[in-house]
Design a protein around this ligand. Structure first.
Ligand code: MRU
Length: 347
């Protein structure tokens, strides 16, 4: 399986997903600004992977810090702010930064020197990386139980190995079910405007020889009407306390269509995606992306270049449209406010 992220003492090395599937190229980020730009520009993307990439960015920044020890705390805070201001919706980013800050503070208070703090941060980031893969495998194992023989599963965006440190969430469920011989077909929605479905999900599934058929987003209703979808599974960028879920734009439309056609609609996500501080979806900030993403693709215009554009990167699926949330701790069912009570993110 392709590796999305490498790290050494000098750099965070990112698989450049903006080039896929045409080119498999890695981007070497040696400063925290370069890491932040790579997240912002979607060279690296997907909620869990953004979080772990930022964690490595912080570790690298502290390891390379050249100033006095007295200034290291302010430097850490500035670095954290730079990374936190990249993308607002995926809560995994803030979860990861908070987890790294706890480690930093512990080490700082016990008078560790710069090398020791940097090393400890790197170890924590490595732990997050490894945990993420194990979590995705657990999500896969719980989720595959939901799928019957000859399943035809529809998904949107890319919640796969490419969106994580490996294996994937929604695609992790599909992978685990495919290992059991249960997948007849995956319907991949192309996911306008950035085409994560067409460029990434299709590529990833074809590499694993899992049968996949690509459709444009406006074909989903018809495929369901034809009776060719048994289950819809999507990833998540943030799940509010009542179960309302932010995910890639178009997910809400799929949930409405699934309800109309009486098809189960699942969200697959690690518990680090749960944000109990957001009571409902209306508390979740939805990222607005540059208009060029709608007007053009890799330099080719689809429209009048000056047209006004609305480009929200995510939408909110109301909790009552979600059949269940598949996590590493099992499948949560409605009412979500009760199911999630007492949990903390990442637990
Ligand atoms: O804008 P992106 O490509 O980062 O959006 C990604 C998604 O919406 C994914 O479905 C989500 O992050 C879950 S990834 C396991």
């Amino acid at each position: 399986m392709i590796r999305t992220l490498f790290f050494d003492d000098e750099a965070v090395i990112i698989l450049d997903q903006s080039q896929l599937p045409d080119k498999v190229e890695y981007l070497r980020c040696e400063t925290v600004e370069e890491v932040a730009q790579a997240i912002k520009k979607l060279n690296v993307r997907g909620a869990p992977l953004i979080g772990v990439t930022a964690a490595f960015g912080l570790a690298m920044a502290v390891t390379n810090y050249q100033g006095e020890r007295a200034g290291i705390h302010d430097y850490f805070r500035q670095t954290r702010t730079t990374l936190a201001s990249t993308r607002p919706t995926a809560v995994n980013l803030f979860w990861a930064l908070e987890r790294m800050e706890k480690v930093f503070t512990q080490e700082f208070v016990r008078q560790a020197n710069r090398e020791q703090i940097g090393e400890r941060l790197k170890q924590e980031a490595i732990k997050m990386y490894e945990e993420d893969i194990a979590i995705n495998r657990a999500i896969g194992q719980y989720g595959q139980i939901l799928l019957a023989e000859d399943s035809q599963v529809m998904t949107i965006c890319n919640a796969g190995a490419l969106a994580t440190c490996g294996y994937g969430t929604a695609l992790g469920v599909i992978r685990a079910a495919a290992d059991q011989g249960k997948i007849k077909k995956v319907w991949a929605c192309e996911t306008r405007p950035v085409l994560q479905g067409a460029r990434l999900t299709v590529w990833e599934l074809m590499q694993d020889k899992i049968p996949v058929t690509l459709i444009s987003d406006n074909m989903a209703a018809y495929v369901m009407q034809l009776g060719q979808v048994n289950t819809v599974i999507a990833g998540a960028d943030r799940i509010a306390a009542n179960g309302d879920t932010a995910n890639k734009i178009g997910t809400y439309a799929l949930a409405v269509l699934a309800a109309y056609h009486q098809i189960p609609f699942y969200i697959a996500a690690p518990l680090s995606t749960l944000d109990l501080k957001s009571a409902s979806g209306s508390d979740i900030p939805v990222e607005q992306r540059p208009p060029e993403e709608i007007r053009e693709f890799r330099g080719m215009y689809f429209t009048v270049p000056e047209v006004e554009v609305f480009n929200p990167a995510f939408d909110i699926t109301p909790h009552h449209l979600i059949t269940g949330v598949i996590t590493e701790k099992g499948i949560f069912k409605p009412p979500y406010d009760i199911a999630f009570k007492g949990l903390r993110s990442g637990e």
